[in-house]
Design a protein. Sequence first.
Length: 276
Amino acid sequence: MPTASLLAIGNELLNGAVRDANLFSLNQHLTRMGFSVEYAAMVRDDPTKIATMFLFLLTQQPDVLLCSGGLGPTEDDLTLSALAEALHVPLTLNSAAADLVECHYDRLLAQHYLAQRGPAFARQKMATLPSGAEPLPNPVGTAPGVKLEHQRTVIYVLPGVPLELEAIFAASIAPELLRRFKPGMWAEHTLLVHCDDEADLAIPLRDVAHRHPDVYLKSLAKPFPAASAAGLQVIAVALAPTLTEAHTAAQATLDDLRRTAEAAGLHTSDVLSSTD
């Protein structure tokens, strides 16, 4: 299974001024594409801290490292300079990135959203990339995304604005990841177990998980007394070469859990299964 690590950058995330949506979204996308997300971190707008975090995550040798935030035109957008520092490569003006920035301003001017282009230094900043990087078109905003390969890891740096991140991921990154890694198919099934205490389910869960080591089995805790009335959700997540195999593995695991839980005196019921 290919692996991924995630990094979100911004004081506003750690100050609580903005609720992060990007790590959540990228986690969902990558998991459903068959990746195992090993790390997800946040760091402040501090170049030394950003570079340190890049180096830590790269040391783990993920197949893919995705970073969000810090690509804009202002002085506190420091991600690319910190990445260049971490990799010991220079920052250079990238002509393809400059063309993407100017094309976006052309569209904004043509649509009368702006009366003039932004300052030249700010436009140039968004087009200045670590040496060896390539820009990714941003269908929504001005700053391009960035792709850079380092040893065995493909690094993608995306804007922090969720709409821009989602647009670049869908248009440029997801198709490339599926072509490059062929990660497989993902399926999730859910079973409800009615019990007063989640601890009553601990032994059945342990035994079933041991019998199905390739399926992720997890109970989703609820406050008392909801687990008894509405049921405690247990999810079985499977990855397999085909969607049919993934569904079969997840369902077989929950069938085993149903038998094991009911043998222990617990009542179970079905909910609809879901998959991408």
